[in-house]
Design a protein around this ligand. Structure first.
Ligand code: HGY
Ligand code: MN
Ligand code: MN
Length: 412
């Protein structure tokens, strides 16, 4: 059978994405589907029901990762795997992660209805807690599966209300029994919106990132002294929020100070007791540093950590720091990247070789098997926001590239 003319069903892809987006839908058109929430459970149940329609061999592991396996004619061969995540940010978008799970689902539906046989098995996966927003760090499902994170360390992570990861996984009914331990994979494809402005600026439809920046996460706890705001003189205050404010600007200024290709962000701040007439005595904030050069990120962290300690001392505050999580930069398999850059023009799509600033489960999969990603443009370069959007024809285009990348790799 000449598979070259094979294409996916863009309307069915859109219907599935829109049905999924109704779970946790927010009034402004985004989604709130936090990892291990009731919304995550509902989305998982829907995804599993779709896998059952395709007679896939379904397994759920100890981290709640959901796998659907389509048999190959030579089922003993390591499979081609493709997937992403269906958990979202608190005010996230409809495409981040969801596209990378609905697209391989559409690929499997297309193969199923055209009775296409592949030599290698094909596996689709939904990775647990890619976002790391409710439970830090990110990408824990794939992180444990590849062996980079310890299952029990992840189980003990808590959200800001003190709920344990494992308890929530059990509560939603997705702590499976299959060990979250990797098995041989022929190659891994992850399809994702770019979440940045490059493809739109370059007017290209298909992005093939050469890899993903290294991600470095830290948690900083500043302790001062609370007091009544009225009678307490300014002189001698140990105001934890003022100390943290200085530190947050030090993070913001870090890339310019250090030079090179780097971003540094404080995204989360919790202030206590957070009352307008009490001088704050406890502040917790997060630091996210990303660079292609992991050593450069390490030097930047060392520099800003010294600045934090100086600031805390000068303001009479104490400071505790958790070096929460690191994933080194991922350089994808060049053959797979080149294959995507060949397929795109064959299907009539413009294409661009680029880098991913956003983290993905592909960062971990790249540590254990040949890995590559496919990007499509984010309108206005926006993501992790409710207005996140991509053109439906681009969603379909990327899914066609994924279809043919999988077909080529599924030949023994
Ligand atoms: O942080 C990231 O880039 C991803 O959304 N987890
Ligand atoms: Mn994502
Ligand atoms: Mn994300």
């Amino acid at each position: 059978m000449d598979l070259r003319p094979l294409r996916v069903n863009g309307k069915r892809l859109r219907n599935s994405l829109e049905e999924l987006a109704r779970i946790g839908a927010t009034p402004a058109g985004g989604v709130r589907r936090l990892a291990l929430s009731d919304e995550d459970r509902q989305a998982r149940d829907l995804f599993v029901s779709w896998l059952e329609e395709l007679d896939l061999e379904i397994s759920i592991d100890e981290l709640g990762n959901i796998f659907g396996k389509r048999a190959g004619t030579n089922n003993g061969l390591p499979p081609v795997v493709s997937g992403s995540h269906i958990d979202s940010q608190p005010t996230g978008g409809r495409f981040d992660g969801a596209l990378g799970v609905m697209a391989p689902l559409e690929v499997l539906r297309t193969l199923h209805e055209n009775n296409v046989e592949t030599e290698r098995p094909i596996v689709i996966v939904d990775w647990t807690n890619e976002e790391g927003s409710r439970f830090a760090p990110a990408m824990v499902g794939s992180g444990v599966w590849v062996g980079a994170l310890e299952r029990d360390w992840v189980y003990d992570r808590t959200d800001r209300n003190g709920n344990r990861f494992e308890d929530e996984l059990v509560r939603i009914g997705y702590r499976g029994t299959t060990p979250a331990k990797r098995w041989p994979v022929h190659c891994y494809y992850e399809y994702h919106i770019e979440q940045g402005p490059v493809l739109e600026e370059e007017r290209k439809v298909i992005g093939a990132p050469k890899g993903i920046l290294g991600l470095h996460w830290f948690d900083v706890f500043v302790t001062g002294e609370a007091n009544q705001v009225g009678p307490t003189p300014m002189e001698g205050r140990r105001d934890a929020l003022c100390a943290a404010a200085e530190m947050i600007l030090q993070v913001n200024q870090l890339p310019e100070r250090m030079g090179g290709n780097m971003v540094a962000t404080v995204g989360e701040v919790r202030n206590a007791p957070n009352s307008r007439n009490i001088i704050p005595d406890h502040v917790h904030f997060t630091v996210d540093i990303r660079s292609w050069d992991d050593d450069h990120a390490g030097r930047a962290w060392k520099q800003v950590r010294e600045d934090f300690e100086d600031t805390a001392a000068r303001r009479g505050c104490s400071i505790e720091i958790e070096e929460t999580w690191r994933v080194q930069h991922a350089e994808f398999d060049e053959d797979l990247v080149q294959q995507i850059l060949q397929i795109a023009p064959e299907l009539g799509y413009s294409h661009l070789h680029m880098v991913s600033g956003a983290g993905h489960d592909a960062s971990y999969m790249n540590q254990v098997c040949p890995t590559a990603m496919i990007f499509i443009p984010s309108i206005g370069g926006r993501s992790h926001v409710e207005v996140e959007n991509s053109r439906w024809e681009d969603c379909e285009a990327g899914t066609n590239v994924l279809l043919h990348a999988i077909l080529r790799s599924a030949r023994a």
